[in-house]
Design a protein around this ligand. Sequence first.
Ligand SMILES: [Zn+2]
Length: 159
Amino acid sequence: MSTEAHKTYCNAAYTKWMNKLAKTAKSKFGVSIVYSDSQPDQYLGEHGMIVVNTKQTKENQMFSLLHEMGHAQNRSKENFNKEYALLHKHDMTGIPIRSYAFRVQLLEEEIQAWRNGEKIADKLNIKLNKRAYDNCAAICVMSYIDWAADRDWQVPPYA
Ligand SMILES: [Zn+2]
């Protein structure tokens, strides 16, 4: 296959897998997927929505979707309020919490969302390029680590 043909072939696979993921997001978490070329990837629980930015490769769009579904999964857990009490408090009040404990909890939930994404892919027989997925996760997690390590308070880089 030519490089171009191979790319088309891969993109078709990603589109198929992402449609599969969208169905699962709806049925399992009641969440709809919105594609946008101007908004960043994000999980908007209160709107029952996941935004996927289309200005990235199809592969990265799928990684992002998996990760955001990982957030939805965390928040659908019955014990989320207890397990992530500070995040829950923040969700409820909308008021930023400046403590180190909050930062660490946010980091923990971020990493868990990446792990969830991997499991979701596995369950749906989606073939993940594990190395690429882990690299993508690492870049995102590092931005949270930078944020958490800053002694001055900044608004977290929600993604
Ligand atoms: Zn995230």
